[in-house]
Design a protein around this ligand. Structure first.
Ligand code: MSP
Length: 525
């Protein structure tokens, strides 16, 4: 078994500035990459932009630009955002890259030659913003079932992919690979809503516009954006190219992360394309819900849009990453509201985490001149209970993150933080100091630093700067003491000296003021 980890995000439609919701997938993918890297795996994270199609052509025209000029600017903007959000991607693929276009053309010819693609006539309804064809029965009140907008009548010569041929094979695959779709309820949705009613063959070329990859053997056709876009996961790794080292090393992906709106493309079409190409399927496709606003979707007209930069500038990157990951349940949408954001900041980050570190560092200074007591036998009555509960939270974190239950796994870390805060109250170090119980005091302070060290290790993939700040303040400088494989042990913290002047990592915010501030920003956006 290769010890590699390949994680992908969907490639983004470069149709404007990315709002906070769109950043979710990529922050999550980046955190999973960092976590697996810390587990010693060789990791690869792919992201990029999905630059073809009628929609992009139209937006570019509206902006008075030619499509290439437009997508160049947009790709640059996306890269800038990922830099601001400290996303450590390994490759940024653009579907206008020659390396991608060339292989898409080859794949098309291959599928045509083997009979999976055939030429026919398309007549039906098309949603331009979603770049999707629909049958009459799929429409809701005559409108696009995905975005609710008007659809247009379309008739043109097209190539089709024979989806029906693969339907049974796909169902069998779902059945035999319970980890393929996460969470599980998305599988039921696919089966009941799309596969059981009968998979329609998919129209995969267009002739009425030209901003796309042309079909080699019939150049008046351009490849449908979804076939083009999905193949990025392979072309980025050099599939069918002269150098396919990365492809051999990383494919099949461990996890491909997608939002619920594009689940169908990744859970039905994508596996079928892979089957047709005789390639293994990704181990898991993780479908997440959406970050919504209290009044529904984010939109400029509602005046409820918030951009990641708005929040990062004022509250720092880690607070934003934490909020996004913590606020999205597995089975429901996550809600962004100024109130919820400030509450998480003040309670989880400031009261729970920052205060724990701050109180502890000042006690080490006060009672031991900054030198952390060494590990000895547990002497406080409540040590055993504390340790076994703390261990349970760490185990539950590991189990949940393995199952990609991100918000719940962060919740386990915060349970551990609360439990460690409770340990301060239980041992009451100030009382021990007053009563001259030196041994018990040493034991209590040792445990606090040791569990803060573990907490910093656990949050590293999600909030790197905060973790490093904690390590620095509690005097953990040895990289071995920052490693995940030390989570199970209690280390002997010899020569560990905390900072002489602790600084709060997160300062309490004036809630009313900040909520007002955010509301104004949202109106102005
Ligand atoms: N270009 C396609 C993907 C092609 S993949 C071969 C696309 N792009 S997108 O820019 O519209 O969306 C990118 C990702 O952001 C998708 O996973 C989408 O679900 C996600 N999100 C868009 N809005 C979102 C929220 N409000 N909340 C969470 N994720 C959201 O789809």
């Amino acid at each position: 078994m290769k010890d590699t980890f390949y994680v992908t995000t969907p490639i983004y439609y470069p149709s404007g500035k990315f709002h906070i919701g769109t950043a979710y997938t990529t922050v999550l993918a980046d955190s999973l990459k960092k976590l697996n890297q810390l587990k010693g795996k060789d990791c690869y994270l792919l992201t990029g932009t999905d630059e073809h199609g009628q929609k992009i052509q139209q937006i570019a025209e509206k902006n008075g630009k030619n499509p290439q000029e437009y997508v160049d600017e947009m790709a640059q903007m996306a890269k800038q955002l990922w830099k601001t959000m400290e996303i450590e991607y390994d490759d940024f693929i653009r579907t206008t890259d020659k390396r991608h276009e060339k292989i898409v053309q080859q794949v098309f010819e291959k599928l045509l030659a083997q009979g999976d693609i055939y030429k026919g006539k398309y007549k039906g309804k098309y949603c331009v913003p979603c770049e999707t064809f629909f049958t009459d029965t799929q429409l809701i009140d005559g409108k696009c079932p995905d975005c609710g907008r008007d659809v247009v009548e379309m008739e043109e010569e097209s190539y089709f992919f024979n989806m029906q041929k693969y339907a049974d094979r796909l169902l069998k695959y779902y059945d035999e690979h319970p980890d393929f779709i996460k969470p599980d309820y998305r599988k039921t949705e696919m089966i009941n809503n799309f596969i059981k009613p009968g998979l329609e063959d998919l129209c995969i070329t267009r002739t009425t516009f030209n901003w796309g990859i042309s079909v080699l053997s019939d150049p008046k056709h351009v490849v449908y954006v979804w076939l083009d876009a999905l193949l990025n996961y392979l072309t980025a790794l050099g599939y069918l190219s002269e150098d396919d080292t990365l492809f051999k090393k990383y494919w099949p992906a461990n996890v491909q992360i997608v939002g619920k709106d594009i689940a169908r493309f990744h859970l039905i079409y994508w596996p079928i394309f892979l089957m047709a190409l005789d390639l293994p399927l990704p181990k898991t496709v993780l479908v997440h819900n959406w970050i919504m606003m209290k009044d529904g979707k984010m939109s400029k007209s509602k005046g409820n849009v918030i951009y990641p930069e708005n929040l990062i500038e004022r509250y720092g990157l880690d607070a934003v990453r934490y909020f996004l990951l913590r606020e999205m349940p597995v089975s429901q949408d996550g809600i962004f509201s100024p109130e919820a954001f400030i509450e998480r900041y003040n309670f989880d980050l400031c009261n729970d985490l920052s205060n724990l570190v701050n109180r502890t560092v000042s006690m080490v200074n006060k009672y031991f001149e900054g030198k952390v007591p060494r590990h000895k036998e547990n002497v406080n009555d409540i040590d055993e209970t504390f340790e076994s509960e703390a261990k349970k939270y760490i185990e539950q974190f590991e189990a949940k993150i393995e199952n990609f239950e991100i918000a719940d796994s962060l919740k386990e870390i915060w349970q551990l933080i609360s439990r460690t805060n409770k340990y301060i109250d239980e041992t009451a170090p100030w009382k021990l100091a007053k009563e001259g119980e030196t041994e018990k005091l040493e034991d209590s302070i040792y445990h606090l630093i040791e569990y803060i060290r573990k907490i910093a290790i656990l949050i590293t993939p999600f909030m790197k700067d905060t973790a490093n700040n904690i390590f620095r303040q509690i005097g953990i400088t040895d990289s071995k003491q920052k490693m995940r494989d030390t989570l199970k042990d209690n280390l002997d913290l010899k020569d560990v000296q905390v900072t002489s002047k602790g600084e709060p990592i997160f300062m309490r915010l004036q809630a009313d003021e900040e909520i007002e501030y955010l509301k104004n920003i949202m109106k102005a956006n």
